[in-house]
Design a protein around this ligand. Sequence first.
Ligand code: ZN
Ligand code: ZN
Length: 465
Amino acid sequence: MVAVFVYLCASKVSVVFITVLTVHTVKLYLKIMCAALSGFRRFLHWGPITALSIIKCITLTTLYMNSMWWPPNESFAAFAHQALFLLLSTLATYNYIMATVTGPGLLPKQWQPKDPKDTEFLQFCKECEGYKAPRSHHCRKCNRCVKKMDHHCPWINHCVGWANHAYFTYFLLFSILGSIQGSVVLSCSFYRGIYRYYYLTHGLAHLASVQFTVGSIIMCILGMGLAIGVVIGLSMLLYIQLKTIVSNQTGIEIWIVEKALYRRYRSQTEEPYVYPYDLGWRSNLRQVFNDECQTRGDGIEWPVVEGCNQYSLTCEQLAQKEEKRARTRTYKCIANVSGRWLPIFSQGWRVCVSAPCTDEPRIRLQPGDIIRVTRFRRHWLFGEREVSDTLQKRKSPRRGPIRGWFPRRCVVGLSEVPDSADSSEDSPKGKAAPAAFAAIAGNSNGNGHSHLKQQQRNGHSKKYM
Ligand SMILES: [Zn+2]
Ligand SMILES: [Zn+2]
């Protein structure tokens, strides 16, 4: 009896064990599949499809032309030449795929600093419902806060940031080198192919190795154009990226520093601005390029220069936001705005002629909409349409962006001074930014004013009520 009982128990335990194991295995496989699918989805976009098509077009055309111009079986040099081209092409493709799949490193949703007191030095992201870590920015395309965001690149259909900066830079470098080699091969092949008849009739038959068909001559010209275009376009981009890495200042941070310098120049009262992350070009390079091909650290805490702290830059951002709020004006829409780039029929030629020369979005408006305007032109304004609450946003979503340019004649001013300071993403901090800035600027150990802290607490309690 005892033996039967033990056997039954053992069999039951083993059944439970196997079931749990199976469920966990299935869950694990599902997770892996989801990750693979989400990575694969990144490539289903015009950017990666075009970029990979260009890489493959240049590679295949160069290999085909090279097989006639300088066949790899002709000599060791010819073999090494083709092997080098294949290596560069493979490395460019590998780094491209890794830059896309790895991504920039996304800040977790609802992220908070370890010490809750530090939230007073950080901006709040309404979309991610969390604080923005130092050097993180919200990307509207990815709809997430991105660690050390440099820019959103449509060619990789992802942002370039903390985790994929090295892959992206290597991709640019190897693409340029491969394309230089490709353009030399294609140009020489084109020359030999065009003069084939001349070589044959002048006793130079050994040079008449390239023979064109209609298809191959079209492919050669196309490949040549693409290769030269890649060299010119990506060289400029690589120069910008290297400048960014050497100075440890992303495209967004360059803009923040420019505004910081201008603020001090205008006020002529504050101390000169010190950018906290420039540790010298060697250390800056090491932060991006290292063995793991990934920027060091966790993308949240960064080494800073002496006299600065983790929140030196974020406090400057808060101060700039506060200034932006101060110049914000509230407008009410009185006529429909189509959101077109050149609304010649609805707004007339004068508005179209003075349209802002920028690729920033144009917004649609309906009579009654409230808009917080931060930039002003004679015929155009730039602002954010107020969305009353998330419930309404879900019930009657309106197509198109909520922030952008629109014709000035369709709105009327409501107030000279904004009645609330809730127009920006860092709403929980309210009007505490200058105080926060002063606290950091004056005292780098991060001790803020008690008044400021009280304001922050009030803001937070409102937010989480
Ligand atoms: Zn965000
Ligand atoms: Zn992005």
